[in-house]
Design a binder for this molecule. Structure first.
Ligand code: PMP
Ligand code: GLU
Length: 401
């Protein structure tokens, strides 16, 4: 082992901070601490029973073998029908694909298209894997800033300023992780006007939180600007809408040549998404969606609880997000204060101190490219949220100047 030299590619990235923080919370809990994890980005609901039953039926029916690389014909038909039904977008079966998780779909798209030195524009704050994956390929993540005052929405000027001849992709994520920001139809139309002037820029639209929206209706750029559909890849998956994070089933839609290139990569790497998960995802896509109304009401109630509680704690300032299940409060008012004599200098200090002193796990904004903020996931029960917020309040009360 001691003579193993690791690749330049792997040396360019760090482990995913969201996954790492969740693992840390798990370990502390296993060691006997009463940890409340607001770090993990996954629904606390169980996979709906009709979905689980479809998986059990698939196992019993012997659907336990390799499948077509990018999904069974039945699943691909269900995916195409989803885009038609929800988004008014028409895709053929050679324009949709299923993968083991949405994260791999992004990986495959970037691996299939990026060369060293290519640029990917990523609005900040961003989900942790958007810059890491291009960096793995030797490409550059070009961070386009947004502001809390703009609701963390990328503005046309900031997009225009970030585009160069080397730009290959713009990443859009709405509802967004980590802020919960939702791009309106008009926000996307304004970005589309810029993108029309730059036909070499492709758009990766990560719509995985589509079904978790509150007041602003969901919109996706390929539907808002149909002329951009032939350079847009939609990333989606079963994880968030159907509480299926462990099933590892992502799917997407985009131009056939891109899907074909991604399929070639999958044929030499993952082979196919889990056959049983494919049956489950098909049942989820085709089944009743009424349960989502209940889930959305729970998320909304929890969001309001968390936003109100945070804004009542001196030192935090929290916007009300329109979607997903995260809040992204500023903790600027805590920076410079002391916890047990130590000055809190960064949001990482704040997150670590809250975890060690009060056993509440959050993720520091530094992981998402905008500080000083914390990300809290409110996809957990009301009692845990109330307790967690009370502990954070106690933590702040204990700070000194
Ligand atoms: N996109 C975003 C914005 C996410 O938060 C996640 C969750 N990890 C994913 C994609 C990927 O999810 P999965 O791999 O579970 O489909
Ligand atoms: N999307 C989730 C999060 O941001 C899951 C972990 C991950 O894949 O990053 O916490």
């Amino acid at each position: 082992m001691n003579n193993l030299v690791f690749s330049d590619a792997i040396s360019r990235i760090a482990p995913s901070p969201t996954v790492a923080m969740t693992q840390k919370a798990r370990e502390l809990r296993a060691a006997g601490r009463d940890v409340i994890a607001l770090s993990v980005g996954e629904p606390d609901f169980d996979t709906p029973p009709h979905v689980a039953e479809a998986a059990i039926a698939a196992i019993r029916a012997g659907d336990t073998r390799y499948t077509a690389i990018d999904g069974t014909p039945a699943l691909k038909a269900a995916i195409a029908a989803k885009f038609q039904r929800d988004n008014g977008l028409t895709y053929n079966d050679n324009e949709v694909a299923a993968t083991p998780g949405g994260k791999f779909l992004i990986f495959a798209a970037f691996m299939a298209t990026l060369n060293a030195g290519d640029e990917v524009i990523i609005p900040a704050p961003y989900w942790v894997s958007y810059p890491a994956i291009p960096q793995l390929m030797g490409a550059e993540a070009i961070i386009a800033p947004t502001t809390a005052d703009d609701g963390f929405i990328l503005k046309p000027d900031a997009l225009e300023a970030a585009i160069t001849p080397r730009t290959k992709w713009l990443v859009l994520n709405s509802p967004g992780n980590p802020t919960g920001a939702v791009y309106s139809h008009d926000d996307l139309a304004a970005l589309a006007a810029v993108l029309r002037r730059h036909p070499h820029v492709w758009i990766l639209s990560d719509d995985i939180y589509e079904h978790i929206v509150f007041d602003t209706p969901f919109a996706t750029i390929a539907a808002v600007a149909p002329d951009l559909k032939d350079r847009t890849l939609i990333v989606h998956g079963a994880s968030k809408a159907y509480a299926m994070t462990g099933w590892r089933l992502g799917f997407g839609a985009g131009p056939a040549p891109l899907i074909t290139a991604m399929r070639k990569l999958a044929s030499q790497s993952t082979t196919n998404p889990c056959s049983v998960s494919q049956a489950a995802c098909r049942a989820a896509l085709q089944g009743d969606h009424l349960f989502l109304d209940d889930w959305r009401s729970s998320y909304r109630r929890r969001r309001d609880l968390v936003v109100n509680s945070l804004n009542a704690i001196p030192g935090f300032e929290c916007q009300t997000p329109q979607g997903a299940f995260y809040v992204y409060p500023s903790c600027a008012g805590l920076i410079g204060r002391r916890h047990e004599g130590q000055v809190l200098q960064t949001d990482l200090d704040v997150a670590e101190a809250i975890l060690s002193a009060q056993a509440v796990a959050t993720v520091p904004g530094t992981a998402f490219g905008m500080s000083p903020f914390l990300r809290l996931s409110y996809a957990t029960d009301d009692a845990s949220l109330t307790e967690a917020l009370s502990r954070i309040g106690q933590f702040v009360e204990g700070l000194t100047d």
